[in-house]
Design a protein. Sequence first.
Length: 410
Amino acid sequence: MAQAADETAAPTATRGTGRAQVLPVPVWALLVGGLAGLVVLDWAAGFYWVVNHGPAKLVGALLAVGLVVASPRLGSRALPSTACALAVVSLCLSVWLHLEMPAASQALGFAEPAALAWLLLTTARRGQPSWATAAVPLLCMAIVLRPVSVSVRQSTIIMALLFALAAVTALGIGLGMRLLLADRRRRAAALRLEQRTEFARDLHDFVAHHVTGIVVQAQGAQVMADRRPELLPPALQRIEQAGTEALTSMRHMVGMLRDADGEVALTPLAGIDEVRTLVEEFSTIGGARARLEWEGTFDDLPVEVTTTAHRVVMEALTNVRKHAHGCTEVRVRVGRSEDRVTVRVSDDGRPRHVSDSGFGLKGLAERVGLIGGTVQAGPVTAGGWGVEATLPASPVSTASTASTARVAAS
């Protein structure tokens, strides 16, 4: 199962508030310092010394820089709406400069276009679509039209083209980051859905396993109540313990199913080591005697294989309790060769009628097929019923193997 550790990259919009996480302090200090340096550079270059016009340009630059400083605190709707208002102010200032400044003068300045370009990037990255659609073209116009607002000359056209290139670059970066974050959210949602589906399968199998054991013990207790009443209290204690374990498993798994926003643990609930516990519990309940056989080593197996092997044994033992009439012995064998793991569970009972609408073997076949394995179930030669699963020691892609599982029953 894919890990979700890479989902925590870069600043993203937080849920509900729509506010972005603040950039790392060194990066943020470099950005603010660079904009402040551009204001000083424009001042030193004399762009704010034009009589009756310089203060207006300085105020416009300071407003843009101030909005950049405040942008991390603005939500996905407030940011594009404020940027839209600033772009309108900048365009009005350009119109005023065109009407008031002499044709020989220029309307250059780098601090305000740089701040507008940053606002264009952040608006495209995390702005609410309805407001961003209006803010983006206004910001682009405010950036590109400022150099040619007073007069159209070769120098101002070149500056306008350079500003247009900067605006397109900022817009491309912002949209690219937006698409990247949307894809990460989509993959995270798909991962959560996959986990919830997996836990739903676990819930079915665990509940079926525990409840079947409780029913078997209750039936045995009814028989002992008449013949050997002294054995009834221990049987009731085992029923109580099995019920408590079932409730604990249900609370644990339902809690993870309901935790839609939290990060669900990816560690398996059970693996190869817990197979021995399953067999021992099966023998303790009474009825048939279960025997476990090991062959090979299982320490380096992936978690997909170990959890699936545990699932096969659990489902098979549950089916023995439900459907094996007159069963006296169950044999569980787990073996490993170089490239595959074989899990076989067989009994010596007489199989009862099994409904085709059950979810047990179907769900087991789907689970095994997801890692590229196969399942076979049917009568064995010596009598009784057997379930055998062959699992790859290294699971292959689930997309290419989901259809390889099969259940053969006669």
